[in-house]
Design a protein around this ligand. Structure first.
Ligand code: AMP
Length: 403
């Protein structure tokens, strides 16, 4: 059997998928929302079952006190709507953990010591690691007889050289507070770079590529021979590209200016840069679909927001091309990267002189499979490759427990 339960536990939500890894097939998926708040809500879908007495999915309003209650709701979903967890018992549970620091560079079986380490890394990811840990504790109580594995968002980037991950600040201070670049979205960058090599039918060891994960959060990654050598997110997921609500790169002195001159305190600056910036702050829409619609309707703020968003991507493509020395493929993925032809077109516009040429007709085709959107003459292949972080977590989990 090769069934793995994948758990992504946030502070107020629990997402899960039951995956048959050998078939690359999701058997069930679900989402429990508003944990610890009023107006909780759960959805559970038995994949591949179109309609039974309950409809195509199970959707309930239920108050959920904590993560333990969220798992109880999840189990109810399986019991009411299938598939049966007796007949499709997971042989392991794979957990997404955001921050693995410099300690975790590969998937790791969760022991009491590993939990202490994840907890300790909360200082670097106060919004994420505590919630991941609550999910782990609750899942271990719900599934006590199988191994639980942590798959870290940062792990793939642990191959970055010191020159790429070191900030130019006082070394001792940085070491004391573990201030360095870690990078995130690693599970996605790993999955997508491998899927791109498969699509190109070339060994990944021979390929140099730039992966652009453009979702609500966004990051670029330079992948050399299957290893991350540079990525745009830093100590936190705030650095780098312009995102839905995050500013990405900004002169750090702007923060000082905001505190000294604009009357913002530290929490205010945090909120501004993480939740009120990006395309939301610039163009009034945090969702790329709405932003593009506003631009198409002639909205000037939305037009500038889209230009800033794509200008930043192009800057990173140029920087990573220089770091890699050669680019065999540029790969778009995640919600925006997979769906927005206009973002892809604008981001790579004007790079023909560097051997990067998008074919407008190919770019306009929508699809859920990996595809090439560059011209046949383009020296660099430009691809769209759907990401699947859950499948990647399930694969890594299975590989580890079988080893
Ligand atoms: P993700 O974080 O990967 O789920 O991506 C979510 C984001 O993808 C949303 O906020 C949207 O901005 C974007 N998105 C989804 N579908 C489309 C689309 N058809 N066109 C443009 N952007 C899209």
């Amino acid at each position: 059997m090769s069934i793995v339960l994948v758990v992504n536990s946030g502070s107020s939500s629990l997402k899960y998928q039951l995956i048959d890894v050998e078939q690359s097939q999701t058997l069930a998926s679900g989402l429990v929302e508003r944990i610890g708040a009023a107006g909780g809500h759960a959805r559970h879908r038995h994949e591949g079952v179109e309609n039974d007495s309950l409809g195509s999915h199970w959707d309930v309003a239920v108050d959920i006190a904590d993560h333990e209650a969220a798992f109880a709701v999840m189990l109810e979903g399986f019991a009411a709507h299938g598939p049966s967890l007796e007949a499709h018992a997971p042989i392991a549970v794979g957990h997404r953990v955001v921050q693995g620091g410099a300690r975790f560079f590969e998937p790791t079986v969760i022991t009491p010591l590993v939990k202490i380490n994840i907890d300790e890394l909360s200082a670097l990811a106060p919004l994420h690691n505590p919630a991941n840990l609550e999910g782990i504790e609750a899942a271990q109580r719900a599934f006590p007889d199988v191994p639980h594995v942590a798959v870290f968002d940062t792990a793939f980037h642990q191959t970055m050289p010191p020159a790429a991950y070191t900030y130019a600040i006082d070394r001792e201070l940085a070491a004391k507070h573990r201030i360095r670049r870690y990078g995130f979205h690693g599970t996605s960058h790993r999955f997508v770079s491998r899927a791109a090599a498969e699509y190109l039918e070339r060994p990944i060891e021979q390929l140099r590529m730039i992966v652009l994960h453009l979702g609500n959060g966004a990051s670029a990654c330079a992948v050399d021979g299957g290893r991350s050598v540079e990525t745009s997110m830093g100590m936190t997921p705030l650095e780098g590209l312009v995102m839905g609500t995050r500013s990405g790169d900004i002169d750090p002195a702007v923060l000082l200016h905001l505190e000294r001159r604009a009357g913002l305190d530290t929490d205010g600056v945090d909120r501004l840069l993480n939740s009120q910036s990006g395309i939301l702050g610039l163009g009034g829409h945090g969702d790329m679909r709405d932003l593009v619609a506003a631009r198409d309707a002639g909205d000037e703020a939305a037009t500038l927001a889209l230009e800033v968003y794509t200008h930043r991507i192009r800057s990173y493509v140029g920087a990573y091309a220089a770091q890699l020395g050669r680019v065999d493929a540029i790969v778009f993925t995640a919600g925006v990267g997979e769906n927005s032809a206009v973002v892809r077109e604008l981001a790579l516009a004007g790079l023909e002189g560097f051997g990067v040429e998008i074919d407008p007709e190919r770019n306009a085709v929508r699809g859920s499979e990996a595809r090439r959107i560059s011209t046949d003459g383009s020296a660099t292949a430009v691809l769209v490759v759907p990401t699947n972080e859950e499948l990647e977590i399930a694969r890594q989990t299975l590989q580890l427990v079988r080893a």
